[in-house]
Design a binder for this molecule. Structure first.
Ligand SMILES: *Cc1c(COP(=O)(O)O)cnc(C)c1O
Length: 222
């Protein structure tokens, strides 16, 4: 099933999105066994993303084939230390204090860390992230921190069937990303799109999709 799902995704997701960019699939692996993750990697999944630091640590050495490791979930400041030097990209930097901690720990460890700023594009009370109108100022501030590079933006769209709304919000994300990309050469990734909305996100210019259910099937939370 995992192999079949990935094959279909690789077929359906064109190598180039409407914006002419390479599209990266990050497998959202929360609650998946190392065995399932390894199957996906063998079937061609190059990038995987964790939500929980404990899961990330428990499974770290069980993952075969050296996929790039992303962190995509809400991250507590006191757990950053466990991820330093092992994470290709932190997607969910949703506050300045978190960026400061990643910077400090990276500097101490002698590594550079790549991050995305999370944007609360739907202005939802239940979600973290910078407000769209705050992004540029936050970028300027965070860019000054050592051992850190901002590589782009990340968003989670609201849970709704309203495709017009989803398209508008995803389009606004691309516009914000493009605005900063014109003067910041580090900007490379726009991470948005989950199993329910990735087609809309791809159409609007996402170039990094975080997919769980449509690769692994429904999660078993036990
Ligand atoms: C779980 C998760 C995903 C993937 O969700 P699916 O709907 O299963 O594709 C993407 N992004 C984040 C931050 C997640 O926690």
């Amino acid at each position: 099933m995992i192999e079949e799902n990935l094959k279909n995704l690789f077929k359906e997701i064109p190598e180039y999105n409407p914006f002419g960019e390479k599209v990266t699939i990050v497998g959202a692996v929360k609650f998946q066994t190392a065995e399932s993750i390894n199957r996906a990697v063998r079937a061609g999944l190059t990038d995987i993303g964790d939500n929980h630091v404990q899961e990330f640590r428990e499974k770290f050495d069980l993952i075969e084939g050296s996929p790039r490791r992303h962190f995509i979930g809400h991250l507590q400041t006191n757990k950053v230390k466990y991820l330093i030097g092992k994470t290709y990209l932190y997607h969910s930097v949703d506050r300045t204090g978190l960026a400061e901690e990643i910077s400090k720990r990276s500097l101490n460890a002698g590594v550079e860390s790549d991050i995305l700023l999370q944007v609360n594009i739907g202005s939802e009370l239940s979600k973290g992230g910078f407000a769209p109108e705050e992004i540029e100022r936050a970028c300027e501030q965070i860019k000054k921190l050592p051992a850190l590079r901002i590589r782009g933006l990340m968003a989670m769209l609201p849970l709704t069937d309203d495709e017009a709304l989803l398209g508008a919000l995803a389009g606004r994300m691309r516009a914000e990303y493009d605005k900063i990309k014109t003067y910041d050469e580090n900007f490379t990734y726009l991470s948005m799109g989950m199993s329910g909305d990735w087609r809309i996100c791809l159409q609007e210019g996402a170039n990094m999709l975080r997919l769980g259910t449509c690769i692994f099937g429904h999660r078993n939370y036990n």
